[in-house]
Design a protein around this ligand. Sequence first.
Ligand code: NAD
Ligand code: UFG
Length: 339
Amino acid sequence: MRHKILVTGGAGYIGSHTTLALLEADYDVIVLDNLSNSSKASLERVGDIAGRKPLFIEGDLRDAALVNQIFKDHPIESVLHFAALKSVEESVREPLRYFENNLFSTMTLCQAMASANVFNLVFSSSAVVYGTPSIVPIAENHPVGQTTNPYGRSKFMIEQMLTDLAHSDPRWKIAILRYFNPVGAHASGRIGEDPNGIPNNLLPYICRVAVGTLTELKIFGNDYPTIDGTGVRDYIHVLDLANGHLSALDAIRKNSGTHIWNLGTGQGHSVLEVVKAFEAISDRPIPYKIAPRRAGDVAACFANVSKAERELGWKATYTLNEMLRDAWKWQSTNPLGYK
Ligand code: NAD
Ligand code: UFG
């Protein structure tokens, strides 16, 4: 029988790519998603690509009765927990909605897991927990918690909650994965990132300028102490990230406790480098203007990935050009996303 996995938030950007990777690796997948930031179409397309569908349950992770019932109905062995609200800007405006959604859904999930004797959990954390890094590349033992916004604090609080949980009961096997900047899409161009409204993040914004739904990019600051003054980030292909989850799942099944891994490439790229590389790949101009720095942004943020390489035997493989090529294939063949 196949290993059965519950994927929360599996209709979303990273969850849909990871669901595909799981199906391709012969897992059975159940997705629970309330579609608050995604579309069912992503999972239909995942099913087409894999030749096998995940079971989709539309519902909210904060609904304890529903979540308990899912564990009663299905012999789930492990959980990948992606479901969360993720906009930094929105979290500053609506902190309670962010804490309520992100914390309460994780608590409900963990309670239901414990009742069902399911203890393997992979959690989507973020480099946002490092706050303003005191040193780059950032290793997992860099201090955490000096986060600058409620979204980041919700991730930090969940990390602490999961660590306390694992201390309380040695049956828990928990991976905390700190993602750097996920970009790109499946090479088929059929699934990809489709944010609601005007994107906050660099790559989706550039993609929309390239297809003409937005007119110009604002580059937030060109006076940082970086190679060309613009912000430097560690962009990682979403397919590499998806594979990192499979490696983390294998690793925790052999080891109790909480384990933290950075998932990045270890390479930093500036905004201007990304813009120039994207123009070359798409053969479209990306008009931009320099705007003031964005509140809460840091100059440079990139990962030390040696712990993940050593302990997971995992390494990111895609280059920046490949990430941009795949992001562009998705956006150019789906100019309106899943709509
Ligand atoms: P996404 O918004 O595309 O996916 C999240 C999914 O969770 C959505 O489909 C949404 O509908 C669902 N969801 C939210 N609250 C829910 C609830 N209460 N019940 C059921 N479903 C719910 O986001 P993503 O980019 O795929 O991110 C996945 C995870 O990775 C999130 O936890 C996010 O915080 C984390 N992360 C993302 C990034 C990034 O840049 N994309 C970086 C670091 C960490
Ligand atoms: N940027 C622009 N213009 C834009 C958007 C972004 O110049 O329109 C710049 C930013 O200033 C930054 C870089 O592009 O220098 C990357 O910005 P993103 O918004 O794409 O990504 P961030 O690094 O700010 O944030 C991302 C996720 C967060 C997560 C964080 C750390 O969006 O959720 O990485 O993992 F917390």
